[in-house]
Write a protein that binds this ligand. Structure first.
Ligand code: FE
Length: 386
């Protein structure tokens, strides 16, 4: 057990039960306190796996595979905006293979980053895992990471999927691509993201809100590829083709297509995968845009990624965890649990994911997603993309 953690978490250290924790922390805004209380509780109770809380709203803290005998090695503490069900199986395997325990708390990225800043030198955390290069870039810009300095990461992960300044690396790759109604659209009607602004899609396009970082990164990458004026014209043409107001998530985009409200949309592939797992004969299909020979760009990809915290007290083990996460052994599992693609392209993809076909991905450096996001946000505002 780390005594520094106990000290740091004193303000959340009142004993509690599952029931009273719900009463005392009834809202999401208190979830962070809840999560940290749970970490402390897990530590105080001998790191038992049974100390997990009610996790119905995905705000959880827990210990992974905690009955290790490796007293000598400090547990690694991870803050993650990636949900528990996606990280717990991976951490379990790490603990099995190394004997090193991992303690973790999950919450929204913004909450975790603010938490890390507020905790400063006293943070119990060693690693932040979050999704989207824009968010990782924001975290790096807040000064919370230290450089990874890892030969192994550099070998395993392509340069464009890592931070220019080495503060974070991608751990799995997600593609943001076109989804269409397989009942009303022929794939040969589709070609590129930009072409979704053509007159044939008038009143037939559904998009997720521009407030979501995924779309901010997508538009940032359009700016990187085409320049700001051309990217703005594309976004304005999409807005002109919208069938209905932008939707709050990718699944709703697909549901709107199934319901006949629109014919085409843009989604991250793992949301398509989740829907397909529930409904195998989904009347939808994925299309890989920007695949024309000689064209510089390809499918817009993004990452779930991680960095080592500047104030980690266990940085050597934190680095070991990140190196393990990008290793062949862990990549299939880390990417597979969320139907994503390995960042290491030597690793085979999940069979359902493979069934969607191969594609050329854009190799624009993802560090640009953060750099160009302010311009992307302003551009979407000017184009009236809500
Ligand atoms: Fe997502």
């Amino acid at each position: 057990m780390k005594s520094k953690d106990t000290l740091q978490l004193t303000s959340y250290s009142k004993p509690f039960s599952k029931t009273d924790s719900k009463e005392r922390f009834p809202r999401r805004s208190f979830s962070s306190a809840l999560a940290f209380t749970a970490i402390l509780f897990a530590m105080l109770s001998g790191c038992s796996k049974d100390s997990s809380l009610d996790n119905s709203d995905a705000q959880t803290a827990n210990t992974a595979a905690a009955d290790s005998t490796s007293e000598a090695v400090e547990p690694i503490v991870v803050y993650s905006s990636r949900n528990e069900h996606l990280i717990a199986p991976v951490f379990d395997l790490f603990t099995q293979q190394t004997g090193i325990n991992i303690e973790y708390a999950t919450d929204k990225a913004g909450v975790l980053i603010e938490r890390i800043k507020a905790e400063g030198q006293n943070t119990p955390a060693d690693v932040l895992i979050t999704v989207d290069a824009g968010t990782l870039g924001f975290a790096a810009n807040q000064g919370i990471f230290q450089p990874l300095n890892s030969e192994l990461v550099n070998q395993q992960v392509a340069t464009y999927l890592r931070d220019d300044n080495d503060y974070w690396t991608g751990l799995s790759l997600r593609a943001r691509t076109i989804v269409y109604s397989s009942e009303r659209v022929q794939p040969d009607q589709l070609s590129s993201y930009s072409a979704l602004g053509e007159p044939q899609w008038q009143g037939k396009l559904c998009l997720r809100t521009s407030k979501k970082v995924y779309n901010q990164s997508l538009v940032a990458m359009l700016i990187a590829e085409q320049g700001e004026a051309a990217a703005e014209a594309v976004v304005a043409s999409w807005v002109g083709n919208l069938a209905i107001d932008p939707l709050s998530n990718d699944t709703k985009v697909m549901e709107a297509i199934i319901a006949g409200q629109c014919d085409v949309g843009i989604v991250n592939t793992y949301y398509f995968g989740r829907l397909q797992s529930k409904t195998p004969d989904l009347p939808l299909a994925l299309f890989w845009p920007n695949q024309t020979e000689g064209e510089q760009s390809g499918v817009h990809v993004n990452v779930a990624g991680a960095g080592i915290l500047k104030h980690s007290k266990n940085a050597a083990q934190a680095k070991r965890l990140i190196e393990w996460l990008v290793s062949d052994a862990a990549q299939a599992l880390f990417a597979g649990v969320n139907q994503e693609y390995p960042v290491n392209d030597q690793v085979a993809v999940d069979s359902q994911v493979a069934s969607w076909g191969e594609f050329k991905q854009s190799s624009l450096p993802l560090s640009q997603a953060y750099v160009l996001q302010p311009a992307a946000v302003k551009l979407m505002d000017r184009a009236a993309y809500k």
